[in-house]
Write a protein that binds this ligand. Sequence first.
Ligand SMILES: Cc1ncc(COP(=O)(O)O)c(C=O)c1O
Length: 389
Amino acid sequence: MAFSKFLSKQVTEIKPSGIRRFFDLAAEMDDVLSLSIGEPDFPTPLPFCEAAAKACAAGDTHYSANYGMIELRQEISKYQKDLIGVEYDPKTEILVTVGGSEAVDITCRACLEPGDEFLIPEPAFVAYAPCALLQNAVPVAIPTTIEEGFKLTADKLRQYITPKTKMLLINSPCNPTGAVMDKESLEEVAKLCIEHDLLVISDEIYAELIYGTKHYSIAACPGMRERTVVISGASKAFAMTGWRLGYLAAPVELLSGIAKIHQFALMCSPTPSQHAALEAFKNGREEVDKMVHEYARRREVIVRGLREMGLEICEPQGAFYAFPSIKSTGLSDEEFCERLLQEEHVAVVPGSAFGESGRGFIRISYAASMDTIHQALEKMAHFVASLKQ
Ligand SMILES: Cc1ncc(COP(=O)(O)O)c(C=O)c1O
């Protein structure tokens, strides 16, 4: 049967994620040391799990309000105010979603129309471009370089704005590069967004995982609150990826539109997860600090280890990824990753999975134990040295 006729053209044309391919390859092998994972290796802190269990035992296993439990939205609103200094009305300006992933998807669905251009600084998280393509919109990559610290500048952005540009993506701290945009650069970018009447999706899912610098949100720049949709969630900071709990914060006029899709497609985020997240946003700061402290130690070990191998790296300031160049080895990023996996049983992700400007780089996740990191670095050093001989 010709099943292809049943699938839409947009779905058929979307390529599967390059990350998945490497997971599948690694899954077929024994004793792989994985530095490829995009999620915390820590278990969800017990008090968050207990809050969910308690709510379930008490019978709260029903649908919640479409926007999410009001107590949770109130807590998220306070949390956001502390984190980025912007206030959102918990009744109308916060929407609890099924992970940050849903938040990205429904924002694209609600805002993009066929032909609209969506600017995405690259290397970038794999979901943004497909979400635009599903709307028949046009994802436009803005390449950033290691020399620029993988940060978007207003000068670069200006070159990519056309009369069709509708939306800009900002992801700071960035997956996969770990780059963090500073306040001044964000303000410059913000001025251009206002001048050209652009909407911004600010994916701040890694906002708490930051080292030696401070997180700023473009929503806090003058004149930007009304044209920014902030995306975040519990997955990364609270080690809650499997709970599927994210949120959107945006002005009521925008959020009420986006919420229509959530209402029909998802109804609400899982209620037990909302209870766990309520505990996390209310009392979880200490748990986050402990994890950030550990990520910071691992980051130092990784950066030092990669430099000792002679690989060029721009020091990551956030998230839990390092993004070194492997161009000096003479291999492509894909060859490098495949051979490293096959010869040394170490899994990392080719940079080209995050767009053309990631070609020649690899993404290394330090959401892995210190022991795994030490062993993997040793094997990687052996591999790199063997290539240089
Ligand atoms: C930049 C970025 N945004 C959003 C997400 C989605 O996270 P979740 O759907 O688990 O909240 C991820 C997950 O890896 C990510 O790296």
